[in-house]
Write a protein that binds this ligand. Structure first.
Ligand SMILES: Nc1nc2c(ncn2[C@@H]2O[C@H](COP(=O)(O)OP(=O)(O)OP(=O)(O)O)[C@@H](O)[C@H]2O)c(=O)[nH]1
Length: 317
């Protein structure tokens, strides 16, 4: 947790209705989605890097703002697909956006309405269910003059009926509270998706699961069963400064289990070592990682049920 972020807390006497909803951050690679997400959630949720296209999956962060729970769907940068993987990433990005209650399109102030931004705006018109609110967040305002900002705001709003336009600097923290407060008011009324006391751990659990899934992908290539999810079931920060993490790799068929275990358990051992090393580097503390492979034949049905409810808590898209 960073301590410079002022997360609103729940006043005990506040009896206003609870709200909860999904917010998708979309934008070109490098627009600042991860930086914004980290700011809003107040934890290191996605890994920010200078390289483009680093966000590999729909990692979510959760932020409480008063009586509202905002669940962020972080999407890969939207860009013109070239390779097969790229197309899958773009599909995942739109998948996240289509499930969302609110979409925030993040653009870079100094780059303006690039061809990529125009392409995203065109897709917004086609692909987003009617009634989904779309806000524009012009990021990196620290990089340009105010007069250019007004021109950009006008031209963007001529191109698309944005519900609101925000001017922010994700890196410096300008305008973030205003955006968060607006999201808190606009998400639908309803029960929270996650218990409040699990929110702090949730991003770390997801990141650790994602790291293991990445090692599986690298190691197994084409052999990797399509229907596969990794979940962090247990997380224990020990007094000696280490962390014990138990993860389950769920597969749909018995045969898949054998593939992941490998001869004499060799494959899963290597995957476990690699994942452990990466998680330990990320957490900056020693990690004991325990992996299990389980068969969950109804995995696909469950996934469909979740997505019908507008939820998708599982990895492995
Ligand atoms: N000057 C300035 N730089 C910013 C701001 N917000 C983000 N950046 C920088 O922009 C770069 C990209 O930020 P990311 O948050 O990784 O962008 P992203 O949209 O998540 O990128 P992908 O994962 O590739 O989709 C990083 O070097 C950030 O430090 C800002 O408000 N001002």
């Amino acid at each position: 947790m960073t301590d410079d972020i002022d997360q609103p807390t729940n006043a005990p006497e506040d009896q206003s209705p609870k709200r909860a909803g999904f917010v998708a951050l979309i934008g070109e690679p490098n627009a600042g989605k991860s930086t914004l997400l980290n700011r809003m959630v107040g934890a290191k949720v996605s890994i920010v890097t200078h390289k483009v296209q680093t966000t590999r999956s729909r990692i979510r962060g959760v932020c409480m703002a008063g009586r509202s729970q905002i669940v962020f769907v972080d999407t890969p940068g939207l860009f013109r697909p070239r390779r097969r993987l790229d197309r899958a990433m773009v599909a995942a990005a739109w998948g996240g956006a289509a499930d969302a209650d609110i979409i925030v399109l993040l653009i870079e102030a100094h780059r303006g309405a690039t061809e990529g931004v125009k392409a995203i705006v065109d897709s917004l018109k086609d692909k987003i269910p009617r009634g989904t609110k779309v806000a524009l967040a012009i990021n990196k305002i620290d990089k340009i003059k105010a007069e250019n900002l007004l021109r950009l705001t006008e031209s963007m709003n001529e191109a698309f009926p944005f519900a609101r336009t925000f001017m922010i600097s994700a890196e410096r923290g300008y305008g973030i509270d205003t955006l968060r407060d607006w999201l808190a008011e606009e998400v639908p009324q309803g029960e929270w998706f996650y218990p409040e006391d699990q929110i702090a751990d949730l991003p770390m659990r997801m990141i650790a699961a994602e790291m293991t899934r990445e090692k599986l992908t690298l190691r197994m290539h084409e052999e990797l069963p399509y229907q596969l999810t990794v979940e962090t079931e247990n997380w224990e920060d020990r007094k000696d400064g280490s962390t014990r993490i138990d993860q389950v790799i769920y597969v749909a068929r018995d045969g898949h289990k054998g593939i992941i275990l490998g001869a004499g358990g060799e494959t899963i051992k290597v995957i476990g070592q690699q994942a452990r090393a990466e998680i330990a580097t990320f957490l900056e503390r020693p990690v004991h990682l325990f992996l299990q492979v389980k068969v969950r034949p109804n995995w696909l049905e469950e996934k469909e049920r979740y997505s019908e409810m507008g939820l998708d808590f599982k990895d492995g898209d």
